[in-house]
Design a protein around this ligand. Structure first.
Ligand code: SF4
Length: 76
């Protein structure tokens, strides 16, 4: 996946503020007003981002490939 760029979004209406993403991937997520938000809307591909998305208990984190729009997480 080297060279890929990913789009990262958090659905703040779905997020329950567990803080797991900010805890496991603090370079990519932060809690604001009790909800997560991505620090960067577009990032270099990084397993930390996918790991955080996959471990979100409510699947509030959406990761897509720039260009193709292919959804990488959550798994469909
Ligand atoms: S892991 Fe999911 S529910 Fe928890 S803060 Fe992050 S986005 Fe919100």
């Amino acid at each position: 996946m080297s060279g890929q760029r990913w789009l990262v979004e958090v659905d703040r209406d779905v997020c329950i503020g567990s803080g797991m993403c900010a805890g496991s991937a603090p370079a990519f997520f932060e809690l604001v007003d009790g909800r997560s938000r991505p620090l960067h809307g577009e990032v270099d591909a990084d397993d930390e981002v996918l790991g955080a998305a996959e471990s979100c208990p409510v699947e509030a984190i959406l990761v897509r490939e720039v260009g193709t729009g292919r959804q990488l997480a959550p798994e469909e």
